[in-house]
Design a protein around this ligand. Structure first.
Ligand SMILES: *[C@@H]1O[C@H](CO)[C@@H](O)[C@H](O)[C@H]1NC(C)=O
Ligand SMILES: *[C@@H]1O[C@H](CO)[C@@H](O)[C@H](O)[C@H]1NC(C)=O
Ligand SMILES: *[C@@H]1O[C@H](CO)[C@@H](O)[C@H](O)[C@H]1NC(C)=O
Ligand SMILES: *[C@@H]1O[C@H](CO)[C@@H](O)[C@H](O)[C@H]1NC(C)=O
Ligand SMILES: [Zn+2]
Length: 297
């Protein structure tokens, strides 16, 4: 609206007509959990790098900036980043291929969540002329997103966004169920509506039933710093086996769906947290290695 013009009601009417932009990713709780879990696994080097890159109110806490990419994604200056939150496969294809799938809706290649993880890992590693605070905030967010199974869903239904379902009595869509509703219902039912209790439960399993899996989760083939293509392949496979199954348009999802899918959600939050820490530890260890390479002299 221009200064001095009478306020027009038109933009507000238009807002009512246009469907709200579909959710970008794990809700705030999911992202918070991923970053909170990662924080505890940071090496000393990574922790001090994170503290350097996140001054001010975040005070070196990843969880404080984990949803930043969503918050800015709706603003004009960062609209370009919206396609970086997900990647879609062709309809009913339960595998992911970088070359086939990583593009935006206009067909521009290398624009998707896995490319973004490569991109920001590379930026943090190269330490060149990038805004490394933004790189860290984007990376922390996108490692979370790529673990949400429906962030690697089918193109035709926009990762479940166009599949209208009922979550118990509430009307919503399947994507939103996986971003938010499963976590929200779990918080109410099992964790006294307290996110930190849920995070602690996930952390206990990381050091118990998943202990032997953690080194596998952390590792990347060829000693790569990050391996987003692998995380995306897991996600589409889980999307087919669990998210899409028995969740056709118009269906009502209740206890049977909720109780069988919650363990998947909790394990994906755990994997995302462990892997985010592993990626940052590799980035900032190699960084220290380069800088203090002179120590060998
Ligand atoms: C890589 O990062 C730069 C800087 O934020 C951004 O302009 C570009 O769109 C990013 N590309 C991808 C695929 O993430
Ligand atoms: C880097 O990005 C952050 C977050 O957008 C911003 O607050 C900061 O001013 C940027 N730094 C530079 C040097 O542009
Ligand atoms: C932890 O593991 C137990 C045993 O498999 C399982 O019953 C529980 O749901 C898991 N909790 C979380 C938060 O992963
Ligand atoms: C990965 O790194 C480890 C330890 O630095 C090394 O022993 C191993 O040979 C490397 N593997 C590959 C495939 O490069
Ligand atoms: Zn997102």
């Amino acid at each position: 609206m221009e200064e001095g013009q009478p306020p027009s009601i038109l933009p507000f009417l238009l807002l009512l007509l246009i469907p709200l932009p579909t959710a970008l990713c794990w809700g705030k709780d999911g992202h918070y959990a991923v970053c909170k879990i990662a924080q505890d696994y940071l090496s000393e080097d990574a922790l001090s790098a994170v503290k350097e890159l996140l001054p001010g109110s975040a005070q070196g806490h990843l969880a404080a900036v984990c949803s930043w990419a969503d918050d800015v994604g709706y603003t004009h200056n960062y609209r370009w980043s919206q396609p970086l939150h997900y990647v879609d496969t062709p309809d009913f294809i339960c595998n992911y291929r970088y070359c086939r799938d990583c593009h935006d809706s206009s067909g521009h290649k290398h624009v998707c969540v896995t490319a973004a993880i490569h991109n920001y890992t590379m930026q943090l590693q190269s330490q060149l002329n990038y805004n490394l605070t933004e790189a860290l905030m984007f990376l922390s967010h996108f490692v979370g997103d790529v673990h949400q199974p429906l962030h690697v869903g089918f193109l035709g239904d926009l990762g479940g966004n166009t599949i209208t379902v009922r979550w118990y009595r509430r009307k919503t869509n399947l994507h939103h169920v996986w971003d938010d509703m499963i976590i929200e219902s779990a918080l109410k039912r099992f964790y006294g509506s307290d996110l930190s209790t849920m995070i602690q439960a996930i952390q206990s399993n990381i050091t118990d039933i998943w202990l032997n899996d953690v080194p596998v989760w952390e590792s990347c083939a060829h000693n790569y710093t990050a391996c987003p293509n692998w995380y995306a392949s897991e996600s589409i496979s889980l999307a087919c086996k669990f998210a899409y199954r028995n969740a056709t348009p118009g269906s009502t999802l209740e206890d049977e769906y909720f109780l069988s899918r919650l363990p998947i959600v909790e394990q994906r939050l755990a994997q995302a947290g462990v892997r985010l820490a592993a990626i940052l530890n590799r980035i900032f260890t190699s960084k220290t290695g380069t800088i203090t390479g002179t120590a060998r002299l």
